[in-house]
Design a protein around this ligand. Sequence first.
Ligand SMILES: Nc1ncnc2c1ncn2[C@@H]1O[C@H](COP(=O)(O)OP(=O)(O)OP(=O)(O)O)[C@@H](O)[C@H]1O
Length: 257
Amino acid sequence: MSALLEATDMWQSFGGVQAVRGMSLEVSRGTITGLIGPNGAGKSTLFNLLSGVIRPDAGQVSFKEQDITRLAPWRRARLGLIRTFQLAREFQRMTVLENLMFAPQLQLGENFWPIFLRPGAVCAQEAEVYRRACEVMEIATLTNLRDDYAGDLSGGQKKLLELARTLMIDCDLILLDEPGAGVNPALMNTLTDMIWRLNREHGKTFLIVEHDMDMIAQLCDPVVVMTQGSLLTKGGFDDLRRDPAVIEAYLGSVANG
Ligand SMILES: Nc1ncnc2c1ncn2[C@@H]1O[C@H](COP(=O)(O)OP(=O)(O)OP(=O)(O)O)[C@@H](O)[C@H]1O
């Protein structure tokens, strides 16, 4: 089976710093693939390259066998590749329900403000979108927060909302940048459970960068290990945690850091 996402021989430097050096990565459809590595390994830079926030110095990114290396982030989103946990400022001033109801229009790359200026244009689909948003709030345990502003939610609730938005749109692959960061322990299980359900019950494929090894162990297979901008190894988490090269990469970075 071909990979859903494939990055080949990616290179990216910032001034004199080679952040990504010949990194290649595959994400197979249906997996929750983890991406780990010590601080400064190049994980965030690789994510920026995969989501289209920055253009690589060299290398190629394919999604569903289409070359997307030069596509803008919103064009990638249209194809079904999205990145979450970047709740933009205008969404913070919308309620939970509004955030969910606007998600489908935004994926189509429509300008945000005309939606307010011509409400009739969206009326026809509105009832259906509302029904779906209510279902999605139930799945995400957000129903009792439906009229709260997104900006007032806790860190973990915002992440649940972002995941919920992926159920409102037509996407196949979700890039998650440190889902566990800033989430209190009580919500951590809810968040982990939701990622699991989106994968198993809703067919979403994930690529997750995460420092919390419990979350990686619970969710991810395979796990890709990156160090110094390159691929170190890839495999099941139980094997990797005993792999001397992986231990050395982490311990080395602590010793040098
Ligand atoms: N915009 C930038 N300008 C200059 N250097 C950068 C920039 N972005 C990243 N770097 C450097 O590139 C290297 C890789 O950084 P990156 O943030 O991708 O690593 P990371 O694996 O995500 O680290 P962490 O786990 O700490 O978030 C680091 O040396 C970092 O300082």
